[in-house]
Design a protein around this ligand. Structure first.
Ligand code: BF8
Length: 655
């Protein structure tokens, strides 16, 4: 059975794993015990791209490979270990880009429907951002209504997916030097769909069989994610639902209520979640819940949809990726509503042990055994009402054992790029200048983006929290998204008081002066685009070089599991950011591919990959990189002066 002690650093999670076991219900942690990862596939040495295989080309463990042995490591068609690993990696990037971008396409459809007055209940909430977007995209403003402007923006955004030539429009937001580098390397993406399709073509049997060429297309495609699909999703969501501003929230399974109807929305696209947030407050529907014996309706989020509605409404977060089944295990979850991405099929099985209804809402993401209520933005309020009524009707069906963990933690979220700008510079002189100044004077050593998933192969949340604590202790300001943000929120790192408790002296002094936590929650995984914008703003505000690759910054995903994480990491790297991943690395079966990604990329893009499973060592790699950049900028001395404490000074004097 489950050894609960090592499954998570989070007590609520361990408690629910134990409860699942005593209820005779198997969850992801149990499945990870019985299903060991394939050692050949996990390092990119298994090719399944045609029916002559699957071909496995594993390295012989513990032996230096001879040239003869290397020659023999080939698939039936003759594909080398390099080609096989590069194809595997490129397809991960394509899948991740497709996921973020199909999300963005759906958001764009909703945006156009709102602009055309065909999506009652939604509106354009952030006029300022709409106008900024119009300026960025060259849309005429003059005397036109917001709706007219929004139609033009929506149509331009929609064309980005099917564009066949030219350059993706948001690339123009990047520093000029970076744009030139992309052109020189031949990785400027033309259209989002085109780049994804091209990877699928090139990786088909018998097409591109040169690993450097495959990886070049992987970079191009990932840029179509970060500066394309993900950025479109973030921008249009902000215009429709509001740009996030600091908001107090709560996180962990303890936010579920025994005496209320509990409804969790899980997935990634915020359109339905936004409407559920509105309808759940309707007095009539609350009255209906009371008529069934509940005290009210408790709407909560899970995974990235949760981050979206937390950022804009302060709606509580039930938990991150590995906690999705455990919310059902509490016995008080009346319905879990899912849209797309990161939804475990296991939800349907776990729900069989309890009374929870699993409701799928998107035709692209059906689950056998789940109930389906299709979402349609043209009729969103009605559908949201139907879903909430289904949850309420299920409230009296609770049976079996009930136990809600006590853990719930406060966090401050809502740090959009605009908010950071405002907090740093004030309303009338919003800018990144104070951030840059504090980096230059050494109080802040650098900035790290720590993002990504949970992974059942790693003690839940442990790597995120260990890495982020190490970074802030060393005066590195941390920006977070996705499940990583949730892990650190649960650990209490996202409240202003965390600065005094966990951050180094320099970082703590800046956080205290501004009143921010040392770890900032920027939102969902598509909101990693906000990190690209923040990095660009740091370059543009001056004093830290003239490209993203000059900045003392680094990225990480210490518990990654999804292909989206690989795509995100690749666009960080392609944008000039050193990025380190934990857990495992999907090209270790090929030294050539791995060296190319880890070493040659630095020369080509100014950013490169690294793999380090130990989160503290990984944090130290990030700090080393930050220090290398500080030195290149000539600001390493400033830091030495600032951070010497009295004891260190005395030691120096004595020397
Ligand atoms: O998109 S961090 S497990 S929920 S993939 Fe998924 Fe990973 Fe969580 Fe958000 Ni991102």
């Amino acid at each position: 059975m489950v050894e609960k002690e090592n499954k998570s650093i989070d007590q609520a999670t361990n408690e629910m794993i134990e409860k699942a076991a005593s209820d005779g219900c198997s969850v992801v942690f149990d499945r990870a015990e019985s299903m060991k990862p394939c050692p050949i596939g996990s390092v990119g040495s298994c090719c399944q791209n045609c029916s002559m295989g699957p071909c496995r080309v594993p390295l012989t463990k513990g032996k230096e490979e001879t040239p003869e042995a290397k020659k023999k490591r080939r698939g039936v068609c003759g594909a080398t270990a390099e080609t096989i690993a590069a194809r595997y990696f490129a397809r991960m990037v394509a899948s991740g880009t497709a996921a973020h971008s199909d999300h963005a396409r759906k958001v764009t459809e909703t945006f156009l429907a709102v602009a055309r007055g065909e999506a009652p209940g939604y509106q354009i909430k952030d006029e300022q951002k709409l106008l900024q977007l119009a300026l960025d995209l060259g849309v005429e403003i003059s005397e036109r209504s917001n709706e007219e402007i929004a139609i033009d923006i929506g149509e331009i955004a929609m064309k980005e997916f099917g564009r066949q030539e030219g350059e993706i429009l948001f690339l123009k937001r990047a520093p000029l030097k970076r744009q030139e580098l992309w052109r020189k390397q031949g990785v400027t993406p033309r259209g989002i769909d085109r780049e994804v399709v091209e990877i699928m073509h090139r990786t088909h049997m018998g097409v591109d069989q040169e690993y450097k060429s495959l990886l070049k297309q992987a970079v191009r495609t990932s840029l179509a994610d970060g500066w394309g699909g993900s950025m479109i999703a973030t921008e249009l969501q902000d215009v429709m639902f509001g740009t996030p501003a600091p908001v107090l929230g709560r996180i962990n399974l303890g936010i579920l209520r025994e005496d209320e109807v509990n409804l969790i929305i899980h997935g990634h696209e915020p359109q339905l979640a936004e409407m559920l947030a509105v309808v759940a407050q309707d007095p009539q529907i609350v009255e209906y819940a009371i008529s069934k014996g509940a005290k009210g309706i408790n709407l909560a989020g899970m995974c990235c949809t949760a981050n979206e509605i937390l950022m804009r409404h302060g709606i509580p977060l039930a938990g991150n990726f590995l906690q999705q089944e455990l919310a059902i295990v509490t016995g008080v979850l009346d319905a879990i509503v899912v849209d797309v991405q990161c939804i475990m099929q296991g939800l349907a099985d776990v729900a069989q042990c309890y009374h929870t209804k699993v409701i799928t809402t998107d035709s692209r993401a059906r689950i056998e055994g789940a109930m389906h209520i299709e979402f349609d933005e043209h009729n969103a309020a009605e559908i949201a009402r139907d879903i909430i009524r289904t949850a309420i009707d299920n409230f009296p069906n609770r049976s079996g054992s009930i136990r809600v963990p006590k853990q719930e933690t406060d966090l401050i979220a809502g740090f959009s790029h605009e908010t950071i700008n405002y907090l740093m510079g004030g309303l009338f002189r919003a800018s990144y200048r104070p951030l840059n100044d504090n980096i230059i004077n050494g109080r802040i050593r650098g900035v790290a983006g720590v993002v990504g998933c949970n992974n059942a192969r790693v003690t839940h949340d442990s790597a995120h929290v260990a890495m982020v604590k190490e970074l802030i202790k060393n005066d590195v300001l941390v920006l977070q998204t996705g499940c990583s943000a949730m892990a650190c929120a649960k650990a209490g790192l996202m409240v202003p008081e965390a600065a005094a408790e966990y951050a180094g002296e320099g970082l703590a002094s800046v956080c205290e002066a501004i009143g921010i936590p040392p770890v900032l929650h920027l939102g969902s995984c598509v909101d990693n685009a906000r990190i690209l914008v923040a990095a660009t703003m740091m370059v543009k505000d001056g004093g830290l070089g003239d490209d993203v690759s000059d900045l003392p910054v680094a990225g990480a995903a210490p518990e990654w599991m999804s292909e989206k994480a690989i795509s995100i990491g690749q666009y960080f790297v392609g944008s000039g950011i050193f990025t380190v991943f934990g857990v495992n690395w999907p090209t270790l079966g090929s030294k050539g591919v791995t060296d190319f990604l880890f070493k040659d990329f630095e020369e080509m893009y100014g950013g490169m990959w690294a793999f380090e499973a130990d989160p503290i060592k990984a944090a130290q790699l990030m700090i080393e990189h930050i220090d290398k950049k500080r030195k290149a900028l000539g600001i390493d001395k400033a830091r030495d002066r600032i951070l010497y404490d009295m004891e260190a000074r005395r030691e120096l004097d004595a020397a």
